[in-house]
Design a protein. Structure first.
Length: 180
């Protein structure tokens, strides 16, 4: 189990790489995740809303109102992704629980696990079934994730987007596509 002070240093460092050395971000995130285990998941989850320090080499004027928190959350979810399937129960709690703006991040990881062949198609059906109980913001943020994933891999269109029947999600996708 990794010490919380190590996590509290690693997450800001990794998040800072998105701004200072984006080409190193994914490799270093994967390396940090390689030092963690499923028993570290509660600690990572506890940091999703933590006020972690901005490294000195990051230009804070680039961050906006919630930019740093969003960068840290994105980083934590990338670390969780590399921990793998032991994270699924926690991801489902976040994705299908009470509204939180990180819901879409959890939906994103569950979707990526499916596309990686690590989860069966039923996870997409489960996501679809829960979308009806989610707020518009979750639909919008998940739609943004799906559009970005589809840009990288067209299989997302048939295997995920077309399989999901929730009309609110499809309207969110259309809204984003029309905007630009």
């Amino acid at each position: 189990m990794m010490d919380n002070t190590v996590i509290d240093r690693a997450i800001p460092h990794l998040a800072g790489l998105m701004f200072t050395s984006p080409d190193k971000f994914f490799d270093q995130t994967k390396a940090v995740a390689g030092q963690l285990a499923s028993k570290d998941l509660p600690l990572l989850r506890s940091r999703l809303h933590a006020d972690l320090p901005v490294p000195e080499n990051v230009d804070q004027s680039q961050l906006g109102l919630t930019g740093w928190l969003s960068a840290c959350q994105y980083t934590i979810f990338e670390v969780i992704y590399h921990i793998g399937l032991p994270a699924v129960p926690m991801l489902k709690e976040i994705a299908f629980g009470e509204y939180d703006w990180i819901q879409a991040n959890a939906l994103d990881l569950l979707t990526r696990f499916y596309m990686d062949g690590k989860l069966p198609i039923e996870i997409i059906d489960e996501i679809d079934a829960h979308l009806a109980d989610m707020r518009y913001e979750s639909h919008l943020y998940y739609a943004q994730h799906l559009i970005a994933l589809r840009r990288k891999d067209q299989r997302y269109d048939k295997q995920v987007i077309q399989r999901i029947k929730n009309q609110d999600l499809h309207e969110a996708i259309a809204e984003i596509m029309e905007a630009g």
